[in-house]
Design a protein around this ligand. Structure first.
Ligand SMILES: *Cc1c(COP(=O)(O)O)cnc(C)c1O
Length: 405
């Protein structure tokens, strides 16, 4: 009789989004006349920009002609895209990253979930709390996280780094030294960012201790402040300790189109000279047959002059929403965070309400849906996430309703 991978059975059910859906549907059944506005959404809503659509159409036409048809893409990505990324995202910012250190993929979720495979089973991981759930859950599936305590919501073999208002949502170095450290900046869900000096300290810490940092920079395009690094490779020494993961989902609306990449410098090595670059290349070659040509051409177009201008204005649209949310809630007396270098606003629930109590309160009084902070980890309790991915009209109406409570 077959047996299943029992590590999967250790995963607690993720009730967050299904509970939200159930509560919202019950509320609208009871109150059919109320217009519910969703500010919990973690997906973009603006369409692909014209430069991307143009590149998609022309790549589709190439696929229709035997002389320009493309079959399997190179496992690690087409050179036209890897060279463009190396130039536009790295060399232009003074980061020493070569095109062959860039691995093109179908997105940052796959890469941030799969990267743990190339590390030993006894690797000790550290994550921020609250956190994007993929980092922990994929390590659970790999049997690396020990046992789950349903009272505390914590795994016995995971090192948690609480991020709360008390430490400015910036993690402290853990007491026990981890092998693998997951950092995400600008952050989902807290909207926090990190300065270059702060990030340099993490790079120094990793190099001193022989740890590797997995740096998820999916929201890099939302950075608006000068002292916030766009890449971890802006820090000295990052080539020997940092993997960076990027996505086209949030900067160019590719959530349904699928494209991302991971950077692994060749200088990250074990004492025996084994590189993470060689292992990830092997993994990609064995388990991945390349992102579609059509989509890689679309990705290249994001870096064209039109593509840059058009995606920039989409981001400005979302960030204008973020500002409305941030300013409006602040004026209404809330403690509000994020929203400056990220499309997420993280707020402290008023009157010591739990995250779920505030969810119910907001749904009932303002007919607005957000995401309870406790869904991202125990240190998210007492916080609440609103996103800037809605339409401007709905965002304004939602915030004005909250202000009127
Ligand atoms: C949205 C998001 C991603 C992007 O994932 P894709 O698979 O590229 O769509 C990655 N990391 C975080 C933290 C995110 O919020």
């Amino acid at each position: 009789m077959f047996r299943v991978n029992e590590d999967y059975l250790k995963l607690p059910g993720s009730y967050l989004f299904s509970t939200i859906a159930k509560k919202v549907s019950a509320f609208s059944t009871e109150n059919p006349d109320r217009k519910i506005i969703r500010l919990g959404i973690g997906d973009v809503t603006q369409p692909l920009c014209p430069a991307v659509i143009k590149a998609l159409h022309s790549a589709v036409d190439e696929m229709a002609d035997a002389s320009t048809f493309k079959g399997y893409a190179p496992d690690l990505g087409y050179d036209f895209l890897r060279n463009t990324i190396a130039q536009e995202d790295y060399k232009s910012r003074g980061c020493d990253i070569a095109a062959d250190e860039i691995f093109v993929s179908d997105g940052a979720k796959s890469d941030s979930g799969n990267i743990q495979e190339i590390f030993s089973k006894d690797t000790r991981i550290a994550v921020c709390d609250p956190v994007y759930p993929v980092y922990v859950d994929t390590n659970v599936m790999a049997g690396r996280t020990g046992t789950y305590d349903s009272t505390t919501g914590l795994w016995s073999n995971v090192i948690y780094m609480p991020c709360t208002a008390e430490n400015g949502f910036s993690p402290e170095f853990p007491k026990e030294v981890p092998d693998l450290i997951y950092l995400c900046y600008p952050n989902n869900p807290t909207g926090a960012s990190i300065t270059k000096d702060e990030l340099q300290k993490w790079v120094d810490y990793a190099n001193k201790n022989g740890s590797v940092i997995v740096y998820d920079a999916a929201y890099e395009a939302y950075i608006s402040e000068e002292n916030v690094p766009h890449s971890i490779y802006e820090c000295e020494g990052a080539r020997t300790c940092a993997i960076e993961i990027r996505s086209f989902s949030k900067n160019a609306g590719f959530t349904g189109t699928r494209l991302g990449f991971t950077v692994i410098p060749k200088d990250i090595k074990t004492a025996d000279g084994v590189t993470l670059h060689q292992l990830w290349a092997r993994r990609h070659g064995t388990k991945f047959n390349g992102a579609p040509y059509i989509v890689q051409k679309a990705g290249e177009a994001v870096y064209s002059a039109e593509g840059k201008a058009e995606t920039k204005s989409q981001i400005a649209y979302y960030m204008n929403n973020a500002k409305y949310i941030y300013d409006g809630l602040k004026a209404a007396g809330y403690s509000v965070y994020g929203g400056v270098n990220a499309p997420y606003i993280w707020l402290k629930t008023p009157n010591n309400m739990t995250s779920w109590e505030f969810f119910d309160f907001l749904l009932d009084k303002a007919n607005v849906v957000g995401t309870p902070g406790s869904g991202f980890g125990p240190s998210g309790e007492g916080y609440f996430r609103l996103t800037a991915f809605g339409s401007y009209e709905n965002t304004v109406e939602a915030i004005d309703r909250i202000k009127a409570i």
